[in-house]
Structures are given as structure tokens and as C-alpha cells.
Design a protein around this ligand. Sequence first.
Ligand code: KG4
Ligand code: ZN
Length: 325
Amino acid sequence: MKIIGIETSCDDTCVSLIEKRKASFKVLSNIVSSQIEIHKKWGGVYPTLAKREHEKNLPLVFKKAVKIPLSEITAVAVTVGPGLDPCLWTGINFAKKINLPIIPVNHIEAHLIVSFFKQKKDLIIPRKEKMFPAVGLIVSGGHTLLVLIKKINHYQLLGETRDDAAGECFDKTARLLGLSYPGGPLIASIAKMNPDFKVKLPRPMINTKDNDFSFSGLKTAALYRLPLKEKKYKAAMAYEIQTAIIDVLFKKTIKAARENKVRSIIIGGGVSANKELQKRFSENKEFKVFFPSSGNETDNALMIALTGFFKKPLKNIEAQPNLKI
Ligand code: KG4
Ligand code: ZN
């Protein structure tokens, strides 16, 4: 059984082809065509531009990723939300033209499902460890939320950000520091502690009883501590921004994991690529922590195709820009 995955919810045009084997999935292709260079000058994703790029790139990416006859493929899994409406429609309309059964996929769920598996060379293998129940933390450019995962397909939202997502906070504060887009990896690359320059940012909502987050205050606080033109100050500020975000994510996720008496913590989304975040979570002795296989933290279609294997095809497929988990 082979499934094609298509992902166009934001600024990456992605197509993947996966084959189900006995106890694993073989990745036949996993292509990501990034629009970062185009969106850089806007400091974020510009939806109509993103749509135009998806329309241009999707047929090319598809051709590269799918080199076998369509008659050998069972279905096409496509992201239907959440995401940018015109971008989602580009993927959906393309999927409809392929003339295979279409499986609608929730982008947020796919960010989690990819962490249920580990990747070895070109194979994706289910984790042997007992994972469930688990607390899932999705940290991306558009979303930051905690979810209780009873098992695959059974989720309960525990809390989410009330304003900016963690990735959005990285992106916006990076702009304040004169860094480019996406800001997360750039902040991480310059972040360095400077004992001579004490900068302290707040940890918003770190001690609240709920499972919600708020990151917009962090951006405002960083703004008031600028200008920091000098390189060493910038590095210290980047360090503090990164540490503040990780402190909050870590403390609230551990709290949710304790309260729900789960076995593990499963993390997904672009920010989960952050090495310091990975380190902080991996150092805890209480819960096993699972991350996406390297390279699959940020948007990709492998996670969409993989999720497709756990869902059914539907007839009327529409974009759902505000789709929840
Ligand atoms: O999951 P993703 O590719 O797209 C969305 O679904 O939003 O996440 C993109 C986000 C961006 O905000 C980017 O700055 C952040 O992930 N990101 C990182 C790192 N790599 C990507 N944030 C912190 N550290 C990183 N290494
Ligand atoms: Zn994403």
C-alpha cells in the first residue's frame, strides 16, 4: 500500500511517497521546496505570494517525488488545515486532479504522529517503547498547544497559546534583533550567555494553573530592552529569548504530564528542532520524551503521508484554515 502526501499549508511546498511494509513504512521520497528566500524580505509569510509559489512549484515537486505510475498508489493524503486558506486550496485542488481517493489530514496532528515513529535510513519504524497515554506539545510557527494523547486518533486539547505561538515569538524577536526569517534557527545560532550583560525577560504564564501559554509579552519586553546593536549584547538577548521560551514550554509541559499521569511526552513542530529545547526535555528523568526524526521537525509531507495511513478517504474535501485537533 502506497500513499502520497501533499503539504502546502504555509510556505513549504512538499510531496512525499510512502509505502506500508509489514512493520514499517518505506520512505520512497520526501521533497520539500522552501519559499524562505521569497518571504524573507517581508519578515514573515505573505499568503498570496505563497499561493502563487505553491501553484508554480507543486507540479515540479510532485514530478520529482512520484516517479511510479499512479495505478500503483492507493490514495493521496493532503493537508486540509489549519493553515493559510489560499495555500491549503492549492494542495487540495492539486490532489483532486490526481484522481485517487483523498485522505484529509490535520497538519497539527501530523506534526505529532511523525514523532510516534523513528527513522532508520529510509525506513520509519514504530517506537517499541510504551508511549501512551502521553502529553503532546506542538510548537510551530502558527501553533503552540498541549494535548492529551490517549492513543492514535484520540486527543484532548489541554491548553494553547492565547496570542503568539512559540515559533512566532522566535520569528518576531529575531526581527527586533535585525535577524532574518525564520527567526528560530537564527536566534539559536547566535544565542550565547554573556555574564557581563545581564538581561532578564519575563516567563509569561509560567506558574499559572491552566495549560495555556502567552508569548506576545515576551516580544514586547524584548522591544523595551533594545536597541542592542552590539554583537555580544545581541547574542545575550538571543540567549535570554531562547531560554525564556524553553523555560515556559518545559515547566508547563511537565506540569501537564504530571497532572495527567502520562507515560511520555511527545513533541512536534518546527521549534522542536531547537537543540537547547531538546536538551532540556531529554534531561528530565520523569518522562520519556520523543522528538521527530531529524529533519522532520519543520513542515514536510512525510508526516502528512504517514498520518494518511491512520485515516480514511473522504468525498467532499475542503480547506479548513482554523481546523483544531
Ligand atoms: O512547523 P513549522 O515548520 O511550520 C508551522 O507549522 O508553523 O514551524 C516553523 C517555526 C518557525 O517559527 C521557526 O522559527 C521555528 O519553527 N523553528 C525553530 C527552529 N527551527 C525552526 N525555532 C527555534 N529553534 C529552531 N532550531
Ligand atoms: Zn507545521
